[in-house]
Design a protein around this ligand. Structure first.
Ligand code: MD6
Ligand code: FE
Length: 218
């Protein structure tokens, strides 16, 4: 047996954890140990299902571009939002959920107190500078029992985390490359959004922020 005194584990920063709700947590840098594998897997998903712009049910064009992977992907056609097993752009099933996505989802959920999280939908948002996400609730999933795990990559964002009414006050939380937000339980239906992304250049992702949310939708 060899003693690995200075293995990778020993060189990692301990994760900083910020609590933003009773069952909502920001795990700072949590995805960094996986980030190379994560980006490679993301490239492969995006080759099969490229980012596209979508329309809200109100007829607006969303400023963030979207793709999906897993058994269920997110579609919006002006008639409403829904999860679908088929990517309307290719008329084929969504790309498989990469192993790295499962690993991060399970590890982050578990660190936040949610055991055995097994997502079936991975939503991928790309934000160019100026793009935003208005306050919304994630409520198109069949059940709200499972948490949501959200991975931030690239340019930083200011995340708004509110209450159960759109007009409730919001916390503003900066999210950086590698940060993971996990929320569920009593906080699962809180309104949240992303303020317009500030112009900038990220050394790995360039002029872009990518957010991956892993969910149990079906
Ligand atoms: C974003 N995220 O961070 C947008 N939803 O770009 C979300 O809308 C979101 O981060 C549910 C849970 C976590 C999230
Ligand atoms: Fe959301």
């Amino acid at each position: 047996m060899t003693l690995d005194l200075f293995g990778e584990e020993d060189l990692q920063q301990p994760t900083r954890i910020d609590r933003i709700g009773q069952q909502a947590w920001v795990l700072r840098g949590f995805a960094l140990p996986w980030v190379e594998a994560l980006l490679a897997a993301l490239d492969s998903v995006l080759l099969q299902a490229p980012f596209r712009q979508m329309q809200t049910p109100g007829g607006y064009i969303m400023s963030a571009r979207l793709s999906s992977c897993g058994d269920l992907g997110w579609t919006s056609d002006g008639l409403g939002y829904r999860y679908s097993p088929i990517d309307p752009a290719s008329a084929a099933p969504w790309p498989k959920m990469p192993t790295t996505f499962y690993e991060i989802a399970e590890a982050a959920a578990s660190a936040a107190g949610f055991a055995d999280f097994l997502p079936d939908a991975g939503l991928i948002n790309s934000y160019a500078p100026g793009a935003k996400m208005s306050l919304h609730q994630d409520k198109n999933e069949r059940s709200y029992e499972a948490p949501i795990v959200s991975i931030s990559l690239g340019l930083p964002a200011i995340f708004q985390f509110g209450g159960f009414q759109r007009s409730d006050p919001t916390q503003r939380i900066s999210l950086f490359h590698g940060d993971v937000v996990v929320w569920g339980g009593v906080d699962r239906l809180r309104f949240h959004g992303v303020l317009p992304i500030k112009p900038g250049h990220h050394p790995v992702l360039g002029e872009q922020r990518i957010n991956i949310t892993l969910r149990k939708a079906g």
